[in-house]
Write a protein that binds this ligand. Structure first.
Ligand code: ASP
Length: 358
């Protein structure tokens, strides 16, 4: 009798442990969304960022905070509607990014930061997780929505990355409108450049990178990016940026570098990065997260924490990522004071955040 009782208790304990493990990911981290309400429906989801950096509540007016939140919500709802009605992850990613590129709030498209020469040079990339196909553009100056051009490079050229005038020649051959560079002028971004130049002139040589660091570290970034999972189980990611204020020498950051700023693979996850691009290139941030999942079998959350909280800061860099995996789990990980971000799951639950610990 005792043996039967012991066996019964053992069986019940095993059964309940298994259930705890199944539900654990949903409760282990507030930035992870793995709730599944209706398991019979194909899941989908979308996550976006509008840049990471020294984004502090005390430096933000209520009206600006509201403007950011509204634009993040407007953007993510566009992508969510596409996914809900059966559209592709790539369509959701590019259309969502278009909304942020057209807003002066973000450092992409209309709101791009200024180079040292007081011009705007835009970078963007996309990647399709189903085919591992990718497209990117760097240093374009006349393209309203660089993410659309990155998609054209992917779908209508034999190449992955086009730069500068050549990229713009390709764009005009594909029927893209050429914007007057004055379209990208915004007073805020222009004044930000003047401030950085003044600090640079009074304090340090810009060639002394050690001394230059605090300026870069304290400057806001503001790149935009999106990662999505569609109802067919396909993942896609995209990133679009004006780069970093006061960049020169045709500097190109991580945003158009596949594996650094953007990566998507149906076997693992889709990732878009934002932050100090040189470090994100050296750490191959987006691919590293995917590779950890693929080769080490860790979760998206574990991989993102390792790369963003350990690997990138140990090199000296800062920033964040947004990512979604094939099961719809979402991560928004950053090591800066804040990151503009939002995600929506298949049930339409919306989460919008700006600062840390929200
Ligand atoms: N990663 C971008 C770059 O280095 C900047 C940003 O994310 O805001 O060009």
């Amino acid at each position: 009798m005792n043996r039967i009782l012991t066996l019964l208790i053992g069986f019940l304990t095993l059964f309940s442990c298994e259930n705890v493990n199944k539900t654990d990911p949903a409760t282990s981290n507030s930035d992870t969304n793995s709730e599944k309400i209706d398991e019979t429906q194909p899941t989908f989801g979308i996550v976006i960022h509008g840049g990471a950096g020294t984004i502090l509540k005390e430096n933000m007016s209520d009206s600006l905070e509201t403007a950011y939140k509204q634009k993040l919500e407007e953007a993510i709802r566009i992508g969510h509607d596409i996914l809900k009605s059966g559209g592709t992850a790539m369509e959701a990613v590019t259309k969502t990014i278009n909304v942020m590129e057209d807003s002066p709030l973000f450092n992409a498209g209309k709101g791009a930061v200024f180079t040292h020469e007081e011009t705007n040079e835009l970078d963007a990339s996309v990647m399709d997780g189903a085919t591992l196909n990718a497209g990117a553009v760097a240093g374009v100056t006349k393209i309203k929505n660089p993410i659309d051009l990155a998609l054209q490079v992917m779908t209508n050229s034999p190449h992955v990355l086009l730069a500068g005038e050549g990229a713009e020649l390709f764009a005009s051959e594909r029927g893209f409108e050429m914007m007057d560079p004055s379209y990208f002028y915004t007073e805020n971004r222009f004044q930000a450049l003047q401030k950085v130049k003044q600090k640079e002139a009074t304090s340090v040589s810009s060639l002394n990178l050690q001394a230059y660091d605090p300026f870069i570290k304290n400057s806001k970034f503001g790149t935009v990016g999106c990662a999505a999972l569609d109802k067919n189980g396909n993942l896609a990611a995209g990133t679009s940026t004006g780069g970093m204020t006061n960049k020169r020498w045709n500097r190109i950051g991580d945003a158009p570098i596949i594996g650094a700023g953007t990566y998507a693979n149906n076997a693992t996850c889709a990732v878009s990065s934002t932050g100090w691009g040189e470090y994100f290139i050296r750490a191959m941030v987006a691919h590293d997260i995917s590779a950890m999942m693929e080769y080490k079998g860790v979760t998206l959350e574990e991989a993102a924490v390792e790369v963003i909280q350990t690997k990138v800061p140990e090199l000296g860099g800062n920033g964040g990522i947004v990512a979604i995996d094939t099961n719809g789990n979402v991560t928004m990980e950053f090591n800066t004071a804040g990151m503009y971000r939002a995600h929506m799951n298949a049930e339409g639950k919306l989460v919008v955040g700006i600062y840390g610990e929200e």
